[in-house]
Ligand binder design. Structure first.
Ligand SMILES: O=C(O)c1ccccc1NCC(=O)[C@H](O)[C@H](O)COP(=O)(O)O
Length: 256
């Protein structure tokens, strides 16, 4: 499933590239105001921080929410105390788009994450051109040389890579990169199985000074407390926010 999702995202980007060539997107990326410092926004603090996700649908859960106005949802997340916004831009299975990212960028002053299946430099440039401050890199989807190349490009463009892992081997690869922001996703992106204890199993391997993000399966304040007690600096939340009153849910999560 992960390779299928990645191939689909790359194919869609190649289609866009026919009407918007590399040089055009690169120029747009370089013309953007500097990216917001996401490491600062997500730095460890007394309380857990939340990356709040704009997520319409997913392969594991189907349709989650009809989000007509992603900018309004992101603004609510900002009001509710989120520290960054994640925007799923994958079109086929998540119903997202780069237009969503651009709308969110214009609506909030928080760092914005492009959450997609990124496997080419063109997709990284698209992210910056649309106003992203962070870009997701999924270790399981990328061989180490490509992972290194994309990680370097994201940094060169002034953005922050969120390097996502799901096993000790993947975590070691993220650490070898020198990643400053590492996510452990409870969801196996091929089988969709959820393991809420994976973060706790792996967190001890993450070097001091690295920001630790627990991703997925955060459905309640108890889940936030579980990840926090296992060492999470940040939790990334999608479903629980888009299927509830996001401001109320955020306030419950941030009170942990
Ligand atoms: O959410 C899915 O079903 C999914 C399937 C395959 C690849 C990625 C997938 N989701 C991306 C994410 O990592 C989540 O959107 C994110 O961590 C938030 O998860 P949740 O709070 O459980 O909605």
């Amino acid at each position: 499933m992960l390779s299928e999702l990645t191939a689909g995202s790359v194919e869609d980007a190649e289609r866009r590239r026919l009407s918007r060539p590399y040089a055009t997107v690169e120029a747009a990326a370089l013309a953007r105001p500097p990216a917001i410092d996401a490491l600062r926004a997500l730095a460890p603090a007394e309380r857990v921080k939340v990356i709040a996700e704009v997520k319409r649908a997913s392969p594991s859960r189907g349709q989650l929410a009809e989000i007509r106005d992603p900018a309004a949802l992101a603004a609510a997340y900002e009001t509710g105390g989120a520290s960054a916004i994640s925007v799923l831009t994958e079109e086929r299975r998540f119903g997202g788009s780069l237009a969503d990212l651009e709308a969110v960028r214009a609506a909030v002053s928080l760092p914005v994450l492009r959450k997609d299946f990124i496997a080419t430099p063109y997709q990284v440039l698209e992210a910056r051109a649309a106003g992203a401050d962070l870009v997701l890199l999924i270790v399981a989807a990328l061989e180490q040389p490509l992972l290194t190349e994309l990680h370097t490009l994201i940094l060169e463009l002034g953005m922050t890579p969120l390097v996502e892992t799901h096993s000790a081997d993947e975590l070691d690869r993220a650490i070898d990169l020198g990643a400053s922001l590492i996510g452990v996703n409870a969801r196996n992106l091929s089988t969709f199985e959820l393991d809420k204890n994976l973060f706790g199993t792996l967190a001890g391997r993450i070097p001091a000074g690295t920001i630790k993000v627990a991703e997925s399966a955060v459905l309640s304040a108890a889940d936030v407390a579980h990840y926090r007690s296992a060492g999470a600096d940040v939790v990334l939340v999608g479903e629980a926010l888009v299927t509830s009153d996001p401001i109320r849910t955020l306030s419950e999560f941030l009170a942990v």
